[in-house]
Design a protein around this ligand. Structure first.
Ligand code: ATP
Length: 481
């Protein structure tokens, strides 16, 4: 392990102490300060092999210091820690040339491993930080500072300078399109177009011509040449929404385009170079679709280069107050009256399950603004509105569906997808495994990973359970519910 002299700037004395002790134990020498000016002085004097800095300090913002540090000492790496956990802070830190960005509170082990990387990874040519002057004034595109959202901001910031293919997962209404747009808007193709196409909304037989375009007369009804979405998105980002709904034939064609980097229009002969960054989104479990033969495995790996999972709103209910404020201020900008919520009304919103996620919350807020004249919305009003929300539906499937119905529905889709042919043999075992896996995983989760209790719950012998866990390659996480 490489050790070095580390400069730490944070106005919080407790953080300075913790870092000083932890880094000291690893053999580093540590200089700490509570101000940006002292940090700058040290850097100026040539001290330090690495900088760890906070963002908000009494005299100057740590982010503003980074370009100056980079200019003076391009090889001095800077790690930014911040309690201002927004997408903008993460993007700005990365854009200004920070080596890594860590939202506070941070995990000490993670910080130590970042320090280790910062000191040992070879230093390439330090790229000039390319500043986007619009970044300052812009409104935040993504709201929420829960740990889950902060992790997403961190990933987004890291992806900013790349053209990597990204797949965004998440239930309906969790913000998949918004995240895909942010990837484009803050990415290096931001000057190019962002073109979105929803696979579920286009008739199967038109998907290929919609994606790749068609020549005049290519098929009945093709009266003119049509420019496909790949061409429209040239130099920019192509967002393929609901990728799980793409028919198998179109999947094969898309895979070929991704492999070869070029495509032809329907009815055309001349290959056209594909110049798009692909971002896809789905609310389906694509891995399961691959296992079921409904999605091509090779395409899945091509598209799933960087997966981003957006958590459902019920797993980040701490974001709800900020989201509500955001939607209130949006409606106000549209000329509607200002509103606020009583604290216990907000508590009810935080406890609700939000099967339709942020979209459903946005709709509820809009209804509250439009339908009620009082400025302060009470708990009774919120309760009445929530009870009017449509029966709980997740991903369009009614919750009263029985297990048997669900299995039948999946099997019907499965057989239909194979049209005139039959699925591969061994269907009985495959289907039973599909059911066994969630049954065992959820039983283990319910017993916090205790295999004796899980075996009892399931009514099977302990050795049988152990064998199943091994055969199905299930990860047992103890103590997590
Ligand atoms: N973090 C967020 N901050 C602010 N608004 C959000 C956030 N997440 C989602 N929204 C809003 O919620 C609505 C739904 O978001 P979006 O369309 O991106 O979801 P989606 O996951 O793509 O949904 P679907 O799968 O149904 O297409 C949009 O109006 C979007 O602006």
């Amino acid at each position: 392990m490489r050790t070095g002299n580390i400069l730490v700037a944070d106005d919080d004395r407790a953080i300075r102490t913790v870092l000083s002790q932890a880094l000291g134990r690893q053999g580093h020498t540590v200089q700490t300060t509570g101000t940006a000016s002292t940090l700058w002085q040290w850097v100026n004097d040539g001290a330090g092999d690495l900088v760890i800095t906070d963002v908000v300090m009494p005299d100057e913002n740590g982010l503003d210091l980074i370009p100056r540090i980079k200019k003076l000492r391009p090889n001095l790496r800077v790690i930014v820690m911040s309690a201002q956990n927004t997408l903008l802070t993460a993007v700005k830190a990365t854009e200004r040339g920070a080596f890594e960005y860590l939202p506070k509170p941070f995990d000490l082990r993670e910080l130590l491993s970042v320090v280790e990387r910062a000191l040992s990874e070879p230093k390439g040519e330090a790229a000039d930080a390319e500043l986007d002057p619009h970044l300052e004034e812009e409104r935040l595109p993504l709201i929420g500072r829960s740990p889950a959202m902060q992790e997403i901001y961190r990933v987004l910031a890291r992806l900013m300078g790349t053209d990597l293919t990204v797949m965004v997962y998440g239930e309906s209404g969790t913000g998949k399109e918004l995240v895909s747009r942010a990837l484009h808007d803050y990415g290096k193709r931001r000057q190019g177009p962002f073109v979105a196409i929803n696979m579920a909304a286009i008739p199967r037989e038109l998907i290929e011509s919609e994606l790749f375009g068609h020549e005049k007369g290519a098929f009945t009804g093709a009266a003119n040449r049509f420019v496909g979405r790949f061409e429209q998105a040239g130099g920019g980002t192509l967002f393929l929404d609901e990728i799980g709904d793409m028919p198998l034939e179109a999947q094969t064609r898309l895979l070929r385009v991704l492999q070869e980097g070029e495509y032809t229009t329907v009815g055309g002969r001349t290959p056209i170079k594909a110049d798009v960054r692909i971002v896809t989104a789905t609310h389906r479990d694509l891995r399961q679709m691959v296992r079921q033969g409904l999605f091509r495995e090779d395409l899945y790996y091509r598209l799933n280069v960087v997966p981003i999972r957006l958590p459902p709103l019920r797993e980040r209910s701490e974001d709800i107050p900020e989201l509500v404020r955001h939607f209130f201020s949006q409606t106000q900008d549209e000329g509607l009256p200002a509103k606020s919520l009583e604290p216990d009304a907000l508590e009810d919103l935080k406890r609700y399950r939000w099967p339709g996620n942020v979209r459903e919350l946005e709709n509820v807020v809009r209804r509250l603004v439009a339908l009620y004249s009082q400025e302060t919305i009470t708990r009774d009003i919120v309760r009445a509105e929530l009870s009017d929300s449509p029966a709980e539906e997740v991903n369009g499937v009614a919750n009263d569906e029985s297990l048997g119905d669900a299995v039948e529905r999946h099997l019907r889709e499965y057989f239909q997808a194979h049209e005139d042919s039959l699925p591969a043999s061994g269907l009985y075992e495959r289907i039973l495994h599909e059911v066994e896996r969630p049954l065992i995983e959820l039983s283990l989760a319910a017993t916090r990973g205790n295999q004796i209790r899980a075996a009892k719950l399931l009514g099977v012998n302990r050795n049988t359970l152990r064998k199943k866990i091994r055969d199905l390659d299930i990860q047992v996480i103890r103590g997590v519910k």
